[in-house]
Design a protein around this ligand. Structure first.
Ligand SMILES: [Zn+2]
Length: 376
């Protein structure tokens, strides 16, 4: 019996793995950081044996309350992920499973590999509507990929930005991107065609490739939380934000969405920018219009549960959404998806899943279409 996380996105430390009934594990911290919660590893050689795996440091993780009612995902074929029996006692997270094969992967949420990212970028870039630009390099030397999508038909186009996975362990954000890109590049889709007649799109499917490859929850290679870098990014510590911010100032921004996952809340929701100093009634009206429209379009989205809005003047200007709303006087939003499930419409076998991320992205495109006339 062996356990390894020595692969793209892997994360686990093995304390003891001698007997299947008592495997002792720890989740490793993000490099130069105290954050940890993402795990992803392979168990080999335990086919047909009931295994009990304890993550003994779960209680000290970044969002320990997120383990309540949480179930891990497992796949025997590297592709078909299902939820498995998981329990949390306030300190240790315990997974119980009888592997159906001799190589089973376990993870916090369905992983999104760098190989799949490269394929997604290549597939999108093959469209005649897309130009692909490498904005620059990350600290580990990876490319920051920007996809620009334009039909060339729009006069005075609106500039629409979508970015995902500032927090690399929130892999649901890149599954969402897959659904988004597949639909917006569908030459037969009337909503996408109509939007491309009015807008140019700028898409960064993965804001944190180093953290993704390293198996981090929340930070880049230097331990920086990218969603606290927007007021003063640097090429030394946070080139991902420095380069993206510069590209936004080149194009201007009329609409922005930053796609994330939330460890604790079992809902899809949107966080806004209510606390930024320059907030306008127009921006707030657009925020309400967009979220109401999305809730009407998708039973997987709601507006009842979420983060309490910041009080006037109390925004954290290091956050992407607040920075963009303030500096571009536009509608900017943070979309949060659950690690667990949508409690309003649970799906017991898969929980919140890649397929549902993709479908929510499609509804987000419909909601944008519904408010597009109000953006300028
Ligand atoms: Zn996040």
């Amino acid at each position: 019996m062996q356990i390894t996380s020595d692969f793209d996105g892997g994360n686990i430390a093995v304390l003891e793995a001698k007997t299947p009934g008592n495997i002792r594990l720890e989740i490793a911290r993000d490099n130069q950081s105290d954050f940890y919660q993402w795990f992803y590893f392979r168990l080999s050689g335990a086919k047909g044996q009931p295994v009990v795996m304890h993550m003994e440091n779960a209680g000290g993780s970044a969002y320990a309350e997120g383990w309540q009612d949480y179930r891990a995902v497992a796949a025997s074929d590297g592709e078909t992920w299902e939820r498995v029996d998981t329990e949390y006692d306030g300190a240790t997270l315990t997974i119980r499973h009888t592997p159906g094969a001799d190589a089973v992967h376990y993870a916090y949420f369905v992983p999104y590999s760098m190989r799949r990212h490269a394929d997604l970028v290549a597939r999108a870039a093959a469209s005649p509507l897309v130009s692909h630009r490498v904005l620059g390099k990350t600290l580990d030397g990876r490319d920051m990929d920007l996809l620009s999508i334009s039909s060339g038909q729009a006069s005075a186009p609106l500039n629409i930005w979508f970015i995902a996975r500032q927090h690399p362990g929130e892999t649901m954000a890149e599954w969402w991107m897959e659904g988004f890109l597949d639909r917006i590049l569908d030459a037969d889709d009337p909503v996408s065609r109509a939007l491309l007649g009015r807008c140019n799109f700028y898409i960064i499917p993965n804001m944190n490739p180093d953290g993704s490859a390293r198996g981090h929850l929340r930070t880049n290679a230097a331990g920086m939380n990218l969603n606290r870098e927007w007021n003063a990014p640097s090429m030394e510590k946070s080139p991902e934000v420095f380069l993206t911010r510069a590209a936004m100032h080149e194009t201007g921004v009329d609409f922005h969405m930053d796609v994330h996952g939330d460890e604790v809340l079992p809902y899809n929701f949107i966080a806004g920018f209510e606390g930024v100093p320059g907030v306008t009634d127009r921006q707030l009206a657009l925020l309400n219009a967009y979220t109401a429209k999305l809730a009407a379009l998708s039973p997987d989205f709601q507006t009842l549960h979420g983060y309490p809005p910041d009080k006037p003047g109390s925004a954290d200007m290091r956050k992407c959404t607040d920075y963009v709303a303030e500096n571009f006087a536009c509608l900017a939003m943070t979309l949060e998806m659950p690690f667990k499930d949508n409690a309003d419409l649970p799906e017991p076998l898969a929980g919140w899943s890649p397929a549902r991320c993709r479908l929510l992205a499609r509804s987000c495109i419909d909601a944008l279409h519904a408010i597009i006339d109000d953006l300028k």
